[in-house]
Write a protein that binds this ligand. Structure first.
Ligand code: SAM
Length: 262
């Protein structure tokens, strides 16, 4: 299994807490005022579409997709705990426990595949992208968000009460000695490396991936890339957290891909 089992345990054991977190915009500011507005802006008109929400969590996105016109919404997630909440909160929608690497739907079942902040938990995108491609109807879209590699390339350091996320270099002007911080290219592991502690020291692992590796795996699955968006935070973030607003205005944390089945 390509998602770290500890990540799955984390979501199972903290399912109620996660649901409360994503249901409250004051808590989940990165969702409410940054990622959700950005990914939703890239969706086609939903009216009449059959949609799958991949890595649907507790069903918040599936609810939004259904309330905004989708004809049918199916949510799938690897966490049993989150799927139980999704079913309880949305009895009119369909949810199934499922790994995005093996989607048990027939070929050409959906018009739109949607996935918010889930695919970066998988070490190799080849299989999940192939599966998304297979279950889409011809000309169907896959719109997904994931961590931005400039954010996951950093190295973390804790010093004197500060947590540093460092990417760059320090050069001694006299000796020319260089200290390098972070590792974007992850050359020792072919451009993909596990990152722990990116989310407030939780027991989860996301995978850093170079931009070229993303392109290679997306194109290998057969998708045409329509757009890649590096979003800006919304005005809501300026009110909720001005310092995070400034950070995200300068250094991206997430990116959105808009792909089309050819
Ligand atoms: C940050 S949460 C996002 C959930 C939801 N999209 C949202 O925005 O609230 C990431 C989700 O990805 C799910 N996930 C991780 N690996 C997965 C896999 N291989 N297949 C399906 N879901 C997976 C996790 O269980 C978790 O629910």
């Amino acid at each position: 299994m390509a998602t770290d089992p500890k990540t799955i345990n984390h979501y199972n054991e903290n399912a109620d807490g996660y649901h409360r977190h994503v249901s409250d915009p004051n808590e989940s500011t990165f969702h409410a005022y940054y990622e959700k507005p950005a990914i939703r802006a890239e969706l086609p008109p939903l009216t009449g579409l059959d949609v799958i929400s991949i890595g649907c969590g507790s069903g918040v996105d599936a609810r939004w997709l259904a309330d905004n016109g989708a004809k049918k919404v199916v949510g799938v997630d690897i966490s049993t705990g989150l799927i139980e909440i999704a079913m309880r909160e949305n009895p009119d929608l369909e949810f199934q426990v499922m790994d995005m690497e093996q989607l048990s739907f027939k070929d050409e079942s959906f018009d739109l595949a949607y996935s918010s902040l889930a695919i970066h938990y998988v070490d190799d995108w080849t299989q999940p992208l192939k599966e998304a491609y297979r279950i889409l109807k011809p000309r169907g879209s896959y719109v997904f968000s994931c961590g931005h590699p400039i954010d996951s390339a950093v190295e973390y350091r804790s010093e004197n009460g500060y947590k540093y996320a460092l990417l760059g270099r320090k050069v001694n002007q006299a000796t020319r000695e260089r200290t390098i911080y972070g590792d974007y290219l992850a050359a020792d592991s072919d451009g993909v490396k596990p990152v722990k502690g990116i989310l407030a020291d939780m027991e989860i692992t996301v995978y850093h991936r170079t931009f070229s590796k993303m392109l290679e795996q997306i194109q290998a699955a057969g998708f045409k890339i329509e757009r890649m968006v590096e979003p800006q935070p919304t005005e809501g973030m300026k009110v909720a957290d001005p310092q995070v607003f400034e950070q995200l205005s300068k250094i991206p944390c997430f990116m959105i891909w808009v792909l089309r089945k050819q």
